[in-house]
Each structure stands twice: as structure tokens, then as C-alpha cells.
Design a protein around this ligand. Structure first.
Ligand SMILES: [Zn+2]
Length: 687
């Protein structure tokens, strides 16, 4: 379902960020409180191609930077936020703060990441301990112990929807489906270097090419790590991964929560998933005393455990040695870092240059010390007045959404009452968390890779520490400096980080039609996730429990089927269509969010018409603000990958959501026969 509003990061390659120079060259507006009129293409009829009408000028004049697989409104904000964050971190590093202070840790983490000389001088020393541990594996028990010790909290099935980890399994600690007042551990499939099982299983020319490149990448990493017989080992490692891929369940099945509701007692693992020594695995993972673990993809866990019992230990040692080096490569000597980028950057996403090192250092510091960096960010860039204005928008959106629920003819009165209860208890976090995370237990020094590994372990132990404890409904799942937003179904909560509350999504004191068209639609999008085909499966307390009647669901599914067909019709690359089913939840959220944002913008003007400005009516500006928030350029390599794995449709089609909204037809005088025209009965209305 992809609960995050947009997906922008993969394998350490941030997909965001348009250089500020490029932004200026693109003629983007410097007036953060107005539309980018120069970025439009007024030769196009809005009813034929609304995305091009709103963004054609920008598409024409904006080059794709060499270090980017994609650019857009998100990346423009991300670029600015990254610059601000880097400046704050550098200041913290220079501040002479006490060694164990947070500011000092942030500064030291960044400086160690930047110190390429020290990284070069250390050579492979930072991975030696792990490689020695791998080489020492002589039996299945030792294998299981090592695999367990490598488990990290690096996946997230429902909030940020990160289903990928190159470790054999991933752990997600979150409220229990059945008892949402307490936390439980969810075990997810992992173990693949490439993003998805289909990357290994598909047989068209492009995938075969990628498979060959991945084999070559494995061999090259082994060579650079000084291992003999690299080609033969690479073949066996690839074959093992291919077998793991065959055990994986599909991305679509991974998103079905009902297939994920598998509470296994720890004592049951040996019988349900034989092959892996689970006692050794859970013991090493610090989970040996848990009464049970939720197994998200049970057939995959069974299949992977069988491989742990059947494949030669030699294959496992090679596989683990390769991943130890490959995972560490961005912080190892240049030859390995370059090889890592060649595959994960260029081959997978099409980027031809890595991002500047200082930007990668910011991304890493954000991941390692999210709240410490976030505290610095909001202290300077998110004043209380911005928070108040955003909260006011949320209040209006909730009012608009509530009125839509009250008016819903298709929903039974009992279900409507439950929807109301859920809306009334929704926690909406704006800007930053109520409580900051405490990093006093995390040691940071001059070893860049050591810092990263310790921070991953620190975060894992914090997650494990929440097991069995009461759930904090106001816990945040996104750092304040993240340009995104997220719905947390098991907490009945939303997070809108400070960083997305920037132009073109939001500007303090900007006219309501612009703020509501952009961030308002984002807020509406996230609210609607609480009430969609996924949201209906979690009640006001966050319990996995379908609170809809069969008739409610039937109506919803009928509307959803039409929307899926609408998106199936889009063809971003020759022969490659948008997957209407994979992107359905997100597309419904876009329709619902835009509808509610439109109502809320009218409320903000007290029912009076919005004034004309920049040569457009208030309604036109509302829709154009929405369309411009979706401007995106993406390299075909990344586009292919996103079409396969991303729950969100490409930005261009998200902008075209407008064709389902009646007011858009009036605003732009859209006529039958125009390409985006839908007859009133064909427009999809869910809420
Ligand atoms: Zn979403």
C-alpha cells in the first residue's frame, strides 16, 4: 500500500534533490507564495494533458542532473533542506560542545563520513571482524547465530513500507494486530541484493542484462576484497540469491495484511520453518525470551529457513562475506565505493554520478541520529507560527473529511459512526515529535563505518526494548527533516514532518488556495488512508478488524475497480503500464485527498470566492498548485524499477487525479472529447 506519501530513497541512493543552480536555470519562481507560471505550458489544453499544462515549461527547461535518477518538487525541497541541514551539522561540529553531547555526536558522525583519507587508510579493516566471523562458520548452528546477530530493525511493513533488506530477515517492532496497546516483533523476508524477487525471476532482455550486471558486480566486489576464485564464487552466490528470490512472496502479497497475521510461538519455528537453528538465531538476535513473533511472509520464512539447512555452508560463507563488504562499500576505500555506485546507482537507477559526498553524509547522519539532527532543524526553520498554520489546515481538512463521511450515501449508518469515531481519535503530528529520542547510549568516533554499524545496532536495540511495552500512540516514524508524510494505521496517527512544510507544498502566510492545493491534498491523502481498503481493516484503536459491512466493501471495491482501470491505461514507457492494482490505495488517497482539500480551501475562505491572482481564478490556482507539486522527471531505469515495486503512480499521473473532480471541469472548462475528459458518471468518487 505504500503508506508513505512518496518513495524516494533506495539502497542509500537518495532519489531527490534538484541542484539550486538547476532550479534557478529552470526559471522556477523565487516567489515561494506564488505559482510557477513560467514553468507551465499554456499552449497545451488543460483538459488534454493537465500535467503538461501545469509543468510543460519546467519539463522543457530543466536538465536532469548527472547525480540524479529523478527530480521534482520533492527533490527541490530536499535539496534545500539538505543544504540547511549540512550547515547546521557543520556548525554543531565546530561548536566545541562536550564529547557526549548530541551536537558533538552529530558533528563527529558527519566529519567521520567526510574523512575519505582516513577511510582509504583503514582499507578493509572496518569489515575484518565481520569477515572473520563469517569465515569461522563451521556448522549450521554457527550460521544461525551469525544470521541472528545481523538482524536489524531495517524494514517497515505498514508505516514507511520498506520491504527490502539485504540481510536474510528484517525486524519491524510495532503494535500487535490483535492487541494494539502493546508492541510485538514482525519478521520479514530479506536477503536479496537487488530490490525485488522479480529482478531475479523476470526473463526479458532488460532484466537479463541487470542479472548479468549483478553477477559481475558480485565478482568485482569479491576481487576488490582480495578473495580468490571470484567468478566461481559469484556464480554460487547469485544462485543462492536466486533461490531466496524464489522463496520470496510477491510485493503485492506482502502488502496484504491478512496474509501477514501469523503469530508464531518461538517454540513453533523449528517445526514450521525447519532448516534454520531458530534457538541460535533468536538468541543471537536478543529475542530468545519473546513469547511469539509475527511472521509477515510465512511461506518465505519457511523457504529461506530450508535453504539455511540445505545449501552448502561454503555458499553461505561466500554469500555472507560478499554482503558484508557490499553493504559496507559506500564507507570503504574508493574502489569499492565506486563499484557500489556503478551497480546500485547507475545500473539500477540510471544516475551517472554519485551525489556529492557531503549530501550523502547528511543522509547518513539523518538515518543514524534522526531526532538529534531534527532538533537542530526545527529550532531554526520551523517557527511556532508555521506549526499553528499547518495545524489550522489539519483542522479544516478533518472537518471537510467528516462532512464527506456524513454525506456518504453508500456507507451504512453503523459504519459511518465507526468512521467518525476513528476520525475523532486520529493523532496528527505536525512538524516534530512530542518527545525526542535519547542518544546518550550511542558512541560516535572517527570511524565512519563503525559509527554507522553502531547506530544500526543502537536503533535495533531501542526497537527490541519496546517489545512487550505499552504503545505510545504519539510515537513518530519519520524524522522532522524528512520531505514526506506518513500514515500509521496501527496507531491511528499521521506524521507531517517539518521538512515537507516548505514551498511549493506549504509556505507560511501563503494564500489558502496554494497551500490547500499542495500540502492540503497531502494531508487529505494521509487522512484518507485511515478510511480506505487498508484503513477499514484497522479500527479506531488500531486493531486489525474490518469495521465495514460487506455492502460497504462492495461499493468501495466497485469504485476502486474503475480507478484501477483508469491507471492501468497509463503507459509511461513503451509497453510498460502503471499497475492499477499495485498503486490503487495511493490513487484512491490522491482522489480523496484532493477532494477534501478542495472543500477545506473553500472553508478557509469562509465560503466567499477566492480572489484572482497571477491571471488565474482561485479554483484554477488550487488545481495548478496541486499539479505543480507533482512535477517529476525520472530516468527510465528508475521508472522501470518504480513501476515494479512502488505503491505510488508516477508523478505525472498523480497530477491527472484532477480528472475525477467536478470542480476541475468547471475551473478549466474541460469539454467532452478532450483526452482527460471523463463523463460525470465515470469520475471516481470514493469519499
Ligand atoms: Zn499514501
Amino acid at each position: 500500500m505504500g503508506k508513505g506519501f512518496a518513495r524516494w530513497v533506495f539502497a542509500g541512493v537518495s532519489l531527490g534533490a534538484l541542484g539550486l543552480a538547476a532550479l534557478a536555470a529552470a526559471g522556477a519562481t523565487t516567489d515561494s507564495k506564488g505559482l510557477d507560471v513560467a514553468g507551465m505550458d499554456r499552449a497545451v489544453k488543460p483538459g488534454d494533458d493537465f500535467y503538461a499544462y501545469a509543468n510543460g515549461g519546467w519539463m522543457q527547461s530543466t536538465p536532469m542532473p548527472a547525480d540524479r535518477p529523478a527530480i521534482g518538487a520533492f527533490s527541490a525541497i530536499e535539496e534545500e533542506v539538505t543544504q540547511r541541514t549540512a550547515d547546521l551539522i557543520r556548525e554543531a561540529g565546530r561548536s566545541g560542545a562536550a564529547r557526549d553531547s548530541e551536537a558533538r555526536k552529530v558533528g563527529d558522525f558527519f566529519n567521520a563520513f567526510m574523512d575519505e583519507k582516513a577511510i582509504e587508510a583503514r582499507g578493509l579493516t572496518p569489515v575484518k571482524e565481520e569477515l572473520d566471523a563469517v569465515a569461522a562458520i563451521q556448522d549450521r548452528r554457527a550460521l544461525a547465530h551469525l544470521l541472528g546477530s545481523q538482524l536489524r530493525a531495517d524494514v517497515d511493513a505498514l508505516n514507511n513500507t520498506e520491504f527490502h533488506t539485504d540481510r536474510l530477515f528484517g525486524l519491524w517492532v510495532s503494535p500487535d494486530f490483535a492487541h494494539p496497546d502493546r508492541n510485538v516483533g514482525y519478521l520479514l523476508q530479506g536477503g536479496l541484493g537487488m530490490p525485488d524477487r522479480d529482478n531475479y525471476r523476470n526473463s526479458d532482455a532488460r532484466d537479463q542484462e541487470l542479472q548479468a550486471k549483478y553477477r559481475a558486480h558480485i565478482a568485482r566486489v569479491l576481487e576488490l576484497a582480495g578473495m580468490t576464485g571470484a567468478a566461481a564464487r559469484a556464480g554460487r552466490i547469485y544462485d543462492l540469491e536466486r533461490a531466496i528470490a524464489d522463496a520470496h512472496v510477491s510485493r503485492t502479497d506482502s502488502e496484504d495484511v491478512h496474509k501477514a497475521n501469523n503469530p508464531w510461538k518461538l517454540s513453533e519455528f523449528a517445526a514450521r520453518a525447519p532448516g534454520l537453528d531458530w534457538v541460535a538465531f533468536f538468541g543471537a538476535a536478543g529475542l530468545g525470551r519473546e513469547p511469539m513473533i509475527m511472521v509477515w511472509q510465512s511461506s518465505a520464512v519457511t523457504g529461506i529457513a530450508a535453504l539455511a539447512g540445505s545449501r552448502p555452508l561454503e555458499d553461505w560463507r561466500d554469500y555472507l562475506a560478499f554482503h558484508a563488504v557490499d553493504r559496507a562499500a559506500p564507507l570503504l576505500p574508493k574502489a569499492l565505493a565506486d563499484e557500489h555506485f556503478q551497480f546500485y546507482g547507475t545500473a539500477l537507477t540510471g544516475a551517472t554520478e554519485p551525489r556529492a559526498r557531503w549530501k550523502r553524509a547528511v543522509v547518513a547522519a539523518n538515518a543514524a541520529l534522526p531526532d538529534a539532527v531534527g532538533k537542530l532543524y526545527v529550532g531554526r526553520y520551523f517557527p511556532p507560527r508555521a506549526k499553528e498554520q499547518a495545524q489550522e489546515m489539519v483542522r479544516n481538512l478533518i472537518i471537510a473529511f467528516g462532512q464527506r463521511i456524513d454525506r456518504l450515501a453508500w456507507m451504512s449508518p453503523a459504519t459511518r459512526a465507526k468512521a467518525r469515531a476513528k476520525l475523532d481519535t486520529l493523532y496528527v503530528g505536525i512538524g516534530y515529535p512530542e518527545h525526542w529520542n535519547d542518544y546518550s547510549g550511542l558512541a560516535v568516533d572517527g570511524d565512519a563505518l563503525g559509527n554507522l554499524r553502531r547506530s544500526e545496532l543502537f536503533s535495533y536495540r531501542q526497537s527490541v526494548g519496546r517489545l512487550g511495552k505499552a504503545v505510545d500512540k504519539s510515537q513518530w516514524w519519520m524524522a522532522p527533516q524528512t520531505v514526506n508524510a506518513v500514515n500509521l494505521p496501527l496507531q491511528n496517527a499521521l506524521n507531517f514532518p517539518a521538512a515537507i512544510l516548505n514551498p511549493p507544498f506549504f509556505a507560511m502566510d501563503a494564500p489558502p488556495e496554494l497551500n490547500y492545493g499542495a500540502i492540503g491534498a497531502v494531508i487529505g491523502h494521509e487522512i484518507s488512508h485511515s478510511f480506505d481498503d487498508q484503513g477499514c481493516q484497522f479500527d479506531a484503536q488500531g486493531r486489525l478488524f474490518n469495521w465495514w459491512t460487506p455492502e460497504d466493501l462492495q461499493h468501495f471495491n466497485a469504485a476502486a475497480a474503475r480507478l484501477a482501470a483508469e491507471y492501468d491505461g497509463y503507459e509511461p514507457l513503451p509497453g510498460l503500464h502503471v499497475n492499477g492494482k499495485l498503486t490503487l490505495s495511493e490513487n484512491i488517497a490522491d482522489v480523496a485527498g484532493l477532494s477534501a482539500a478542495y472543500d477545506a480551501y473553500r472553508v478557509a475562505y469562509g465560503g466567499k470566492p477566492a480572489p484572482d491572482a497571477q491571471g488565474f481564478t482561485g479554483d484554477q490556482r488550487f488545481f495548478l498548485s496541486f499539479g505543480q507539486a507533482w512535477r517529476t522527471k525520472m530516468r527510465p531505469e528508475l521508472q522501470r524499477m518504480q513501476l515494479m515495486t512502488d505503491g505510488h503512480a508516477p508523478g505525472q499521473y498523480r497530477a491527472d487525479t484532477v480528472r475525477n473532480i467536478d470542480a476541475w471541469y468547471d475551473a478549466f472548462r474541460v469539454e467532452p472529447g478532450q483526452k482527460l475528459y471523463l463523463a460525470p458518471a465515470a469520475r471516481v468518487r470514493v469519499w
